[in-house]
Design a protein around this ligand. Structure first.
Ligand SMILES: Cc1cc2nc3c(=O)[nH]c(=O)nc-3n(C[C@H](O)[C@H](O)[C@H](O)COP(=O)(O)OP(=O)(O)OC[C@H]3O[C@@H](n4cnc5c(N)ncnc54)[C@H](O)[C@@H]3O)c2cc1C
Length: 337
């Protein structure tokens, strides 16, 4: 374990924003993590835990220590004829875990294929896509408390997973380092193909749906056609969360915008923020170094030399115009640092 100074983070965030960390360290094992927790530089400085950097926006240099999670390993903890408990360390790449699962014909996370980032960050915002969420399979989370260095196991309920949300984004924000997660996957066929776009893709391409690998490949192919690749153009996926409204608001808005899409689930009504942004004329718009992606209005992009502040400025303008047109407030999904 080696602590570096004045470290350039531009290659460690998918927005490709230039920012420096006063101190930087990579942790490769729990032993290194324990060693780090006792180090005076760690103890005295502000801390930031970094995975794949795919859900953050640096707006300035970080005046503290950035800890890059490189804890690797995937193991089967328990299994019977129906279920399998798979434990993965936090620095594993999320999609590698999906590949491990589908190659073994384990069901449960195939819809979450190709979501960038690490296993350790997945519970933070309860990653979700194509009608599935981490919540559907998460069994527990292992995490080290920063103040005491003690390890704690959080049950799924204790993680309080919600829509792009968890206890780690709220009361326990910056208080724990997530070192591992265990997922409960199914050996029995348990497909989830209710999501319209996925269902249509599987039908149109006559894909055999009794193998999670086929569903994973289908999700990956849809994603590649819709989302910009951060290696080509800097972005952090959806910049904004969808908006929850009540029935009165829905009726009022539908009176004006008859074609407005919405999803209803368990009494909750959700409006796609991408549609709201598109209606305000932002899709494909560029303002200097930053812009809104031409195929997906939820995604803000860095055309090369952008600063975090330029992205924030664009985001604020978008929030303002959505508020003005629809009287709805859209909120960032990305963590602003
Ligand atoms: C092209 C693209 C598509 C995307 N699509 C989706 C999608 O479909 N669904 C979805 O849910 N998300 C999506 N995302 C967002 C992102 O992939 C997820 O939020 C992912 O879980 C972030 O993982 P990460 O390792 O990159 O986290 P980072 O960006 O490194 O960190 C995110 C936050 O988690 C904290 N954190 C990271 N690791 C730890 C740890 N070990 N312990 C404690 N805190 C930690 C960080 O401090 C930060 O606050 C997309 C992003 C991109 C770029």
């Amino acid at each position: 374990m080696q602590i570096e100074s004045n470290f350039n983070l531009s290659k460690l965030n998918t927005f490709g924003i230039t920012a420096k960390a006063k101190f930087f360290v990579e942790v490769n094992s729990e032993e290194e993590l324990r060693e780090l927790f006792a180090d005076p530089i760690f103890v005295k400085n502000k801390k930031f835990f970094l995975g794949g950097g795919s859900n953050i926006l640096f707006t300035k240099d970080f005046d503290g220590i950035v800890v890059l999670n490189k804890l690797k390993g995937i193991e089967i903890k328990e299994e019977d004829s129906e279920i399998v408990m798979v434990r993965a360390l936090g620095g594993e790449i999320w999609h590698d875990l999906v590949i491990f699962a589908v190659n073994h014909r384990y069901w449960g996370i195939e819809n979450l294929s190709l979501i960038p980032g690490t296993v350790g960050a997945a519970p933070i915002q309860n990653i979700g896509a194509y009608g599935a969420e981490l919540k559907d399979t998460l069994y527990n989370v292992e995490a080290f408390e920063i103040e005491t260095g003690l390890k704690r196991v959080f049950s799924q309920e204790e993680c309080r997973l919600g829509y792009r949300d968890s206890v780690f984004k709220n009361e326990l924000k910056n208080k724990y380092f997530i070192s591992a997660t265990t997922l409960k996957l199914s050996k029995k066929e348990k497909k989830n193909i209710s999501y319209k776009i996925l269902k249509e893709y599987l039908e149109t391409n006559a894909i055999e749906i009794h193998n999670p690998k086929n569903i994973s490949d289908a999700v990956a192919s849809i994603r590649r056609s819709k989302l910009p690749d951060p290696k080509v153009i800097g972005n952090a996926g959806s910049f904004f969360k969808n908006v929850f409204i009540n029935r009165d608001q829905l009726e009022k808005l539908q009176g004006i915008y008859k074609e407005m899409p919405f999803f209803e689930e368990d009494e909750v009504i959700k409006i796609p923020a991408g549609w709201l942004i598109e209606q305000c004329g932002w899709k494909g718009k560029r303002l200097g170094n930053v812009g809104v992606h031409e195929k997906q209005a939820l995604v803000l992009v860095n055309y090369g030399e952008a600063t975090g502040s330029e992205i924030i400025e664009l985001a604020s303008k978008i929030i303002e115009s959505v508020k003005e047109k629809f009287d709805l407030t859209i909120m960032p999904e990305v963590n602003i640092v």
